[in-house]
Ligand binder design. Structure first.
Ligand code: G4P
Length: 535
């Protein structure tokens, strides 16, 4: 049985909040992140995070993106102190081609803030990211942004979110007007009216306590027409929505909703203040053997992201390790469970917005950057000696598949090594088909192919080309019926590959191919992610 920590560490744990901000590109994630950091005093000027954003113009130039990603190591984790809390924001690249990075980062957070553009409503990337949150029951707070623009009616927006994202919502604030007629928001719980002024860089002081909406004070502040509109809206909200339920939020079933305008710093402080009071402290994580709780005495953690520097002069990699339990200490030996080896870290790094610092200790919820010379794969576990591996870093089926063809037979070994290492880093997924050791690379975006080609050449002196494959999706297969599984694998050998952990994967050529195969083999289970229980 695990030992439990003393109260000092309990305090450190309970004051930590580790979360990610997710959105479809352009909804306002970068702007909101920046405003939150400004409140926390973590940055002094707006624009500091924006600098690190992967810009739209860079979409076809991966070197440019890599350059920007180089800078963005500093914003991979943005830690800061706010009202006695230690807040860690984990950056999730909005760029579609880096979606896998975002999915993995979501395994290292305890909650998320989802930004929705009030003009556009729910968009494609939002749907995918929410699927990952739902799988993990991650608590979600929704921030509806850009109220200074004429957008979709707020009731329709909430309906749209509930339908599209399969989550219940509960507004905690409510907007008065929109676009040019945006007057501000009314907080349904603190019963405060906050008036909107454009171009604010500070917290609005135009706040009035209005306990009773029938009060003439409301008419005086927002005008009779808007006041009546708000009264009707609030009546409808109170009859149509249940009260906010903390437990349902914590279990990922109910999302509280805020309205605001990030660029105008409007509604951001309320969001942040509610966030620290309702968002969960560091949560337990599961291994195949047992649940690991943050309060446990011994240190454990897992690697969810590896950042390689493509600059040949600085060939270092940083493995980002989320601390799950105990206390991490610099220069102490920890047990790398996959390699069955002890490792010591002399310069673990913490990230405070734009700064990197060497840390002496870190606590559950924190993320430390570990300089790595090739020991780590995504999903690796560190402990103080206990043999276990954290679950929850699944691979999802890629969307684009290409066969990797070696162009230089004298460099076969280098190519093999390079492609394995790049797949360990999570740049792309590698599937091997026999006979012939055919390498199929799967990604969510075209960019990764350019990245692989460039890095194989520059880091491993191996040259390759890619041949597009017409594949629909990759499905991990399992079955309790071993005989049927083996029969399936041998009859369909030309469609079967092995993933990086040697698990069988069925490469369906089309939706129809998948459907028919499923019907022919009812005893098989086809999984859309690499993480599944044998069934
Ligand atoms: P992202 O990280 O989700 O991709 O979005 P980002 O914050 O970069 O915001 C996308 C665009 O939306 C930016 O404009 C930003 O200024 C704008 N924006 C963010 N919040 C608001 C808001 O509350 N109201 C309005 N009207 N716009 C908002 P851009 O033109 O793409 O960039 P920039 O030239 O302003 O930097």
């Amino acid at each position: 049985m695990p030992n439990y920590l003393n109260t000092l560490n309990q305090e450190e744990i309970s004051r930590r909040r580790t979360f990610g901000i997710i959105s479809h590109p352009d909804a306002g994630k970068t702007t909101l992140t920046e405003k939150i950091l400004l409140f926390g005093g973590a940055i002094q000027t707006a624009g500091a995070v924006k600098m690190n954003k992967i810009t739209k113009t860079a979409t076809s130039d991966f070197m440019e993106i890599e350059k920007q990603r180089g800078i963005s190591v500093a914003t991979s984790v943005m830690g800061f102190e706010y009202e006695g809390f230690k807040i860690n924001i984990l950056d999730t690249p909005g760029h579609k081609d880096f979606a896998e990075d975002t999915y993995r980062t979501l395994t290292a957070v305890d909650s998320v803030i989802l930004v929705v553009d009030c003009v556009k409503g729910v968009e494609e990337q939002t749907r995918k990211l929410m699927e990952v949150c739902r799988m993990r029951h991650t608590p979600v707070i929704i921030f509806i942004n850009k109220l200074d623009r004429e957008g979709i009616d707020p009731f329709d927006l909430l309906h749209n979110i509930e339908q599209e994202l399969s989550i219940n919502t509960r507004p905690l604030t409510w907007p008065i007007g929109m676009g040019a007629g945006f007057k501000g928001v009314y907080n349904l719980y603190s019963k405060q009216l906050q008036l909107f002024t454009a171009n604010m860089t500070r917290i609005s002081e135009d706040v009035y306590s209005i306990e009773n909406l029938d009060s003439p004070e409301l008419d005086k502040r927002v005008g009779a027409g808007s006041a009546d509109h708000l009264r009707k809206d609030v009546e409808l909200i109170e009859s149509a929505y249940e009260q906010f339920d903390q437990e349902l939020y914590s279990e990922g079933y109910l999302a509280p909703v805020f309205f605001g305008s990030a660029i105008n710093t409007f509604g951001v402080k309320e969001l942040l203040d509610t966030f620290i009071s309702i968002a969960p402290a560091p949560q337990p994580r599961f291994t195949a053997v047992r649940e690991v709780r943050p309060e446990e005495n011994e240190f454990t953690g897992f690697v969810f992201k590896i950042h390689a520097n493509i600059d040949p002069k600085h060939r270092d990699r940083i493995a980002f390790c989320r601390i799950v339990s105990g206390r991490f200490e610099r220069n102490k030996f920890y047990y790398h469970t996959r390699l069955d080896k002890k490792l010591r870290f002399s310069s673990p790094t913490s990230f405070m917005a734009n700064e990197k610092n060497i840390v002496e200790e870190a606590f559950p919820g924190d993320v430390v950057g570990l300089y790595d010379t090739g020991n780590f794969k995504i999903g690796d576990t560190l402990t103080e000696g206990e043999m276990m591996a954290f679950k929850g870093i699944p691979s999802f089926s890629p969307e684009i598949f290409k066969e990797l063809i070696n162009k230089d037979p004298f460099k076969t070994k280098q190519l093999e090594k390079g492609v394995r290492q790049l797949s360990d880093e999570g740049v792309a997924q590698l599937f091997i088909r026999q006979p012939g050791n055919v390498k199929i690379i799967g990604t969510v975006g075209e960019l990764q192919f350019e990245v692989i080609q460039f890095r194989l050449l520059h880091e491993y002196s191996a040259s390759c080309i890619f041949q597009p494959l017409r594949l629909y999706k990759a499905f991990w297969v399992s079955s309790k019926d071993k005989a049927q599984l083996n029969k399936f694998l041998s009859i369909n050998a030309q469609h079967i590959t092995l993933d990086k952990d040697d698990r069988p994967v069925f490469m369906a050529e089309s939706e129809w191919h998948f459907k028919v195969t499923k019907e022919v083999y009812p005893a098989l289970v086809f999984h859309i992610t690499s993480e599944y229980k044998i069934s």
